[in-house]
Design a protein around this ligand. Sequence first.
Ligand code: PLP
Length: 412
Amino acid sequence: MSATQKHIALNVDAIRKDFPILNREVNGKPLIYFDNAATSQTPQQVIDVIVDYYSNYNANIHRGVHALSQEATDAYEQARIKIQKHFNAKHVHEIIYTSGTTHGINLVANGFSSLLKKGDEVIVSALEHHSNIVPWQMLCERTGATLKVIPMNANGELVLSEYDALLNKNTKLVFVNHISNALGTINPIKSIIEKAHAVGAAVLVDGAQSCPHIRPDVQALDVDFYVCSAHKICGPTGVGMLYGKEEWLKKLPPYQGGGEMIAEVSFEKTTYAGLPHKFEAGTPNVCGGIAFGAALDYMNSIGFDTIANYENELLVYATKQLEQIEGLKIYGTAKEKTSVISFNVGNIHPYDIGTILDKMGIAVRTGHHCAQPIMDYYKIPGTIRASFMFYNTKEEIDTFITALKKAVIMLS
Ligand SMILES: *Cc1c(COP(=O)(O)O)cnc(C)c1O
């Protein structure tokens, strides 16, 4: 290995042993799981943490004097520190537990209701997931602010000259995903953030698709808000995090009222708790938070350079083979992209191909991938999307290509 290569080669055979689900069969065939952009699989190390929690110290947190409650509180807060370290947040109270990306976005959108007025402008990108479009439309309806869209080009890249033209002194907020779930495009968020800051706008980055592949440094990015979901990073569903700069989190009002988020309550007046508790009303997903921390430990034990390098090999390998299939068109050919391939073959409906692949044990996603504006741009109803994680193999890709060719013959 040359000195320029930082990564260590990934031992995929050893890694696959960590994922019990990869041993199962579907329709009598070994499972090939290529729907990782929708949710990733869970290693035994994380499953063990979940089983241990419910077997040994399941309790409500922060309120109990008893041992179980204290153990659960400690583990939950330790996990918050792991998340802080992972994303390099300056303060641990800048990490807010959420139920996932969608919750984090809504929390911020709701908070901005009281900070925006008519005439203000909010910018989103053409590459967004619905969860990063609809909350902003709702915010604009509530406040009278106007929604503007950074357009995309045929490669699935944002047209940054158009972004420059949209920015002005009325721009208050910019929302963009780090990586598009439908096409895999990696957006140049550092420069998007710098340009927004130059006109005094705040930026929220949707990191749901980036966190499984790269390790974002929120201070280096100077991002105002960053959100993700644990279930796309080898963790459980129903938990995620919102990073917010302290100054912003202090400014935003609470999202939900309830237990845990208050300092004092009377019928005359309630004062809110400090950060992070102000945004964490009610009993949280305690086990989920702890398992989220374990998932980050697991990913870091492999190393994100190693992961990204291996996944890029899979991307290049699969892309080359797909390109040889007659009539196959890949959507999203950005220079910078992750291991997501969206495609169609001729006029065959993506759903029909997806159904046949499932019969052969292969899980892909078909449809609009919660990103209808992208499909409208290409004038298609949807695509077939194969998305790879570091536990996938070139042999699986070979099997997938053979199965796909069979499906195309059957459907043509
Ligand atoms: C998955 C995804 C979301 C939504 O995440 P949830 O876990 O469903 O809240 C948002 N944005 C992108 C880019 C995604 O991939």
